[in-house]
Design a protein around this ligand. Structure first.
Ligand SMILES: [Fe+2]
Length: 402
């Protein structure tokens, strides 16, 4: 193993991970590329400019920050590999001209690239679409261990990436507990609703002019995603139930990944309209004017695997498409929302005090049934962007793998 800070084997690498030795078997110089091979047949082709950029020190990677120092404007044809060889422990050694610098590249670090471990989707579980018939309820985990135990946190993050949802149970019903949870993951994403926001559903509030969100009324909230009014809507949402004494108001969850599959496979004309025709979303408020125009199934705003769903009718304001497409686009929209609320896709369950419903806000549609009687229901919520969830999950999964 390489100790990066002390450099115990003398070969530093361009990141802060530890790499086992992975001696190269051969290196061949082919024009601008080197073709590297390991004894088991694994191969990697590296362009000379990329190798020069990733030389530790000597104008390549800064040993302190592990970030690149080389301005692309300094990459020239004169920058050549004068000699290339393997060291006696199988690392790659290159003599660069015209500066005469000899640089050593750790075989284990090169190997992790050959195996694709540098790709954004590496060290993460793949999303697995689900329906109500394949899942009777969201994954459930006990909340408090997540505050102390990296393994417990890693399990939750993997649920959130694979399934898009996890319910943490037995959390203290203390105001602001979500701040303690967020501190284990990453920065909270703020919005005009505040960094930590309250959802107080009180039937008597329906129609109250003082509330700034449909969520704070007793109305039914159909399956939706929050803040489609933003260029990139919040990635993950955490809803902590503090009080739930109301009759009705059950929570719903629908996996948008499964919904997208069903639309693509069974209703291709609707799918085409939902992925191409744009709508303008609009958050209106005193001093607030957030707007964005995008399709309901937004493939330009995704993680490379799943699109972002923009589905919140309270803030969908205007069609942004030719007049001739509007009628068909509404029909496709109707199909989308009927399917999202169909029992074959939708889980329905009751949140109790101490439950934290965590979900991918860009993938999973959440909703709330109407209240059938009186009573208080108080939730607190936060958003944490997908970047933070994925970053923490990669680091924890990689640490877990050793
Ligand atoms: Fe919501």
């Amino acid at each position: 193993m390489t100790d990066l800070q002390s450099g115990s084997d003398g070969v530093a690498v361009p990141d802060f991970y530890h790499y086992a030795k992975a001696p190269l078997a051969t290196v061949q110089h082919q024009g601008d590329f080197l073709e590297l091979a390991w004894p088991d047949g694994q191969r990697l082709r590296c362009h000379r400019y990329w190798l020069r950029e990733n030389a530790m020190g000597v104008g390549g990677i800064d040993p302190a920050t592990r970030e690149g120092l080389l301005d692309p404007g300094e990459l020239t044809e004169a920058m050549v590999m004068a000699s290339v060889e393997l060291t006696d422990v199988g690392d790659l050694s290159i003599l660069w001209q015209p500066d005469g610098q000899r640089c050593v590249y750790h075989g284990g670090w090169l190997r992790h690239i050959a195996e694709g471990q540098h790709l954004p989707q590496s060290w993460l579980p793949r999303p697995r679409p689900w329906r109500a018939e394949t899942r009777t309820g969201p994954p459930q985990r006990v909340a408090l261990p997540v505050l102390e135990d990296d393994d417990a946190l890693c399990d939750v993050l993997n649920d959130l990436i694979e399934t898009g949802v996890c319910v943490l149970e037995q959390a203290p019903t203390e105001l602001g507990f979500l701040n303690r949870l967020a501190a284990r993951i990453g920065p909270i994403r703020d919005s005009n609703f505040g960094a930590l926001w309250d959802v107080r559903a009180d039937v008597t509030l329906a129609g109250d002019a003082t509330t700034n969100s449909t969520a704070n009324t007793g109305f039914r909230l159909g399956p939706h995603t929050d803040l489609p009014t933003r260029e990139v809507p919040p990635g993950y949402q955490f809803l902590h139930c503090l009080v739930n004494e109301a009759d009705g108001g059950e929570s719903t969850l629908t996996d948008g990944a499964a919904l997208v599959e069903a639309l693509r496979d069974n209703f291709p004309a609707d799918f085409e309209l939902l992925t191409t025709r744009r709508w303008i979303f609009f958050n209106r408020g005193p001093g607030i004017d957030h707007r964005w125009s995008a399709p309901i199934i937004d493939r330009d705003c995704g993680d490379g695997l799943l699109p972002t769903l923009r589905a919140f009718y309270p803030v969908r304001a205007f069609p942004d498409m030719p007049d001739s497409d509007v009628a068909a686009a509404y029909e496709a929209l109707r199909r989308f929302h009927l399917l999202a609320d169909d029992p074959q896709f939708e889980l329905t369950f009751r949140l109790g005090p101490g439950d934290i419903m965590c979900f991918d806000n860009r993938r999973v549609l959440h909703g709330r049934k109407a209240f059938s009687g009186s009573g208080q229901r108080h939730l607190q919520g936060i958003y944490i962007d997908r970047d933070e969830i994925l970053s923490r999950a990669r680091a924890l999964n990689r640490a877990r793998a050793g």
